[in-house]
Design a binder for this molecule. Structure first.
Ligand SMILES: [Zn+2]
Length: 412
């Protein structure tokens, strides 16, 4: 920290104080407000705070926060400090807060909003960028995610020093990473195909088979992967197979873990060193957490968009406990709930389905169309009371998730 210019030092001190005030007054965890204040004093703060560190940027539509946590754990196995924005504050101010709160850490693993990736590459000069997936978010349409991918392509060709770790199974990701000078391809899988029927390069139909995907008209095809997620196993870049054995549930988290191992290996951590650290991660920003409530065990899952709902269904308890679905349509969720029609709810057949949230009737209409019986509830506690003691899985979109967390408490 001693080498920071005086203005930057003043800015981080003021920013840190503002963050502390924000925490004390209960206005949040302080991770954004501190950065906002700091940036106002020194607009170049992020560049200065990033200078001289080994930076990893993590982006994509789904799995950013979890992957950031897993990469932090994997890189942390090297035994040196790692700065990170663990709570998903992924705009410039969140990155500033993360770096200024760990001034001595030689490494930083930073979640970045997908729209801000090019600017954050310019500001932090990362050694590695991790690209997970790209699909429609609530407010995006297909043309917008293609535009994001095109801006990434431009950023990578302008920054040939950046090493990219990318999911080879997502065609849009593969196209975006294709302009980078150096890519580590990971076979991380793609369950959600609805946003990638067309070739991102020429617009023709993509063909899929057991070997992956390829364009019928141009040379774009799935790149051969160095790291592979194979069921519950990771196959590393020298072909060694290991059981992942994660505490975090679901296929999406296994693929996030393989991405994390690929990143850590670029910094010299081998799988036997990094994997035990990944296994210690049990929850991420309140997700996957079990909470006791009125004699029931609630497990909270966040799903913000159609692809996210598909991944959440994959994580539901195999013993088929009842599932509560909660949908809101506030600003961060997207006001329009038409995305509900992109999700196939028929996988819930045979399970007891409970529904709550501000837009529960929208969801009810959708479930009706899929022939899934459901029960409506005014709030989470009414639903909890309606199920027998035991497990209750809960899938909620963004603000519904935050409300439920506030109700049921953040403990355990
Ligand atoms: Zn093509």
């Amino acid at each position: 920290m001693g080498k920071l210019p005086i203005r930057a030092r003043v800015a981080t001190t003021i920013g840190g104080a503002a963050g502390k005030v924000s925490r004390l007054t209960g206005r949040g965890d302080g991770s954004v407000i501190g950065g906002v204040v700091g940036l106002r004093v020194a607009p170049d703060l992020l560049r200065q705070l990033a200078a001289g560190r080994q930076i990893v940027l993590v982006t994509g539509t789904n799995g950013k926060t979890t992957t950031t946590r897993l990469v932090t754990a994997a890189v942390g196995s090297l035994g040196q400090g790692v700065a990170t924005n663990a709570f998903g504050a992924n705009m410039e101010s969140g990155l500033v807060s993360a770096l200024s709160s760990a001034p001595e850490a030689p490494y930083a693993v930073l979640e970045v909003d997908e729209r801000h990736l090019p600017a954050m590459i310019r500001a932090t000069s990362p050694r590695v960028v991790v690209l997970l997936n790209l699909s429609r978010d609530q407010m995006d349409r297909a043309a917008e995610i293609w535009l994001i991918a095109r801006r990434w392509r431009e950023a990578f060709s302008e920054n040939p020093h950046v090493r990219v770790v990318a999911n080879a199974d997502d065609p849009l990701i593969a196209w975006a990473a294709g302009s980078a000078a150096s890519v580590t391809w990971v076979a991380a899988g793609q369950r959600w195909h609805e946003d990638s029927w067309c070739c991102p390069d020429c617009g023709s139909h993509l063909r899929r088979d057991e070997l992956g995907w390829r364009c019928g008209e141009c040379p774009l095809s799935r790149p051969p992967a160095r790291w592979v997620l194979d069921g519950d196993n990771v196959i590393d870049d020298v072909g060694m197979v290991r059981d992942l054995g994660l505490m975090l549930p679901g296929r999406a988290n296994r693929s996030n873990a393989v991405m994390a191992l690929a990143v850590a290996s670029l910094f010299g951590a081998d799988v036997d060193q990094a994997l035990p650290e990944l296994r210690k991660v049990v929850s991420v920003a309140g997700r996957y957490t079990s909470v006791q409530r009125r004699g029931r065990t609630l497990r909270l899952l966040l799903a913000k968009n159609p692809a996210g709902w598909l991944e959440a269904f994959d994580v539901l308890g195999a013993h088929r406990p009842p599932v509560l679905l909660a949908v809101n349509a506030q600003g961060p969720d997207g006001r329009d709930t038409s995305w509900l029609w992109d999700v196939d709810y028929r996988v819930l057949a045979g399970r007891r389905v409970l529904v709550t949230g501000e837009r529960k009737t929208d969801l009810a209409v959708r479930l009706e169309a899929d022939g899934i019986p459901f029960e409506l509830f005014d709030n989470v506690d009414a639903a909890v009371d309606a199920v027998p003691p035991g497990d209750l899985d809960i899938i909620a979109n963004y603000t519904a998730f935050q409300q439920i967390r506030a109700t049921v408490g953040r403990s355990a």
